[in-house]
Design a protein around this ligand. Structure first.
Ligand code: NAD
Length: 272
């Protein structure tokens, strides 16, 4: 596979360190011929390694708190200047739960923190799209993606308030997908990814056991961050121009499974 994204311009949110899904997406998109800018919250620029990635990919790094409309306007305006025109693709790869960070149980949540969680993890997606829409910053047949998780549809108790964040995120993809499709033939989708070992992922209680369970349950095993990068690139390419307003499972088959006997190995003795 070569030049899948040749000549395309994109903005990638959320590369924090080498494990980040966005990190792998950025690397693969550039490998496939795209020109990109990278962005993350100012605090992540101080503590993460994204400046290294920017240097490696020869990409401009523009700080933006994804909850700030002003920052988003600056980001997209500058990105169009740097890349030489409107954008062909944007990746939202952002998630953070204050209640999870503070180890609050789902039955004892702090609502001010919950608002912050929704703002960072979901409303930022709407804000991003609204700014792109108003600035007319997307090219026709462009592609916008956000990363989601199956807890939007099914109950995974330790995923806590992030479940509702993802449900909201997926709903924004459908609703804004209508408006962007009508206006500019721009498609908007979410990719529902397998558990992946990253900073955000590992913050969820019991992540290690949970990762292993999903891996056993899925006939293909868990999809890695590298696999996800390849799927994102296909969704940014011209090969998927008519796919929009979808939540696309990228999970090795997990979402369709009822029971996989392989899971018994994790919980039962062999002769039971
Ligand atoms: N890791 C998993 O198991 C998994 C599974 C499914 C979906 N996802 C989703 O993938 C996405 C990327 O997460 P990841 O697993 O690569 O973890 P990660 O921790 O590497 O990435 C999360 C990113 O969000 C950024 N961020 C937080 N607050 C921000 C703000 N206010 N403005 C801008 N950026 C901000 C962080 O700096 C970080 O770069 C998230 O939406 C996450 O929910 C992850």
């Amino acid at each position: 596979m070569k030049d899948l994204l040749k000549g395309k311009r994109g903005v990638i949110f959320g590369a924090l360190d080498e494990r980040s899904i966005a990190w792998k997406v950025a690397e693969f998109c550039v490998e496939q011929g795209a020109h990109i800018t990278l962005t993350n919250a100012p605090v992540a620029l101080r503590f993460g390694q994204v400046t290294e990635l920017a240097a490696k990919l020869d990409a401009e790094l523009i700080p933006a708190d994804a909850t700030s409309l002003e920052d988003l306007e600056n980001l997209f305006t500058k990105s169009m200047e740097i890349l030489g025109g409107p954008l062909d693709f944007v990746l939202h790869s952002i998630g953070m739960s204050v209640n999870i960070r503070k180890k609050r149980e789902y039955t004892d949540l702090n609502y001010e923190w919950m608002k912050k969680t929704y703002d960072v993890s979901a409303m930022s997606f709407h804000k991003m799209m609204q700014v792109l829409y108003k600035l007319d910053a997307m090219n026709e047949w462009g592609s916008i993606l956000a990363l989601s998780y199956i807890a939007a549809q099914r109950v995974f108790p330790d995923y806590n308030e992030m479940a509702e964040s993802k449900a909201l995120l997926e709903s924004y993809a459908r609703s804004f997908g209508y408006h962007f499709g009508e206006k500019k033939k721009v498609r908007v989708n979410t990719i529902s990814q397998s558990p992946t070992v990253t900073t955000a992922g590992s913050g969820v209680k019991g992540f290690g056991r949970f990762f292993e369970y999903a891996d056993k349950m899925s006939p293909l095993g868990n999809a890695t961050a590298e696999d996800c990068a390849r799927y994102c690139a296909v969704m940014f390419s011209d090969l998927t121009r008519m796919v929009t307003m979808q939540n696309l499972y990228h999970d090795g088959g997990f979402s369709m499974m009822g029971l996989n006997p392989a899971v018994f190995d994790l919980i039962c003795d062999e002769d039971e």
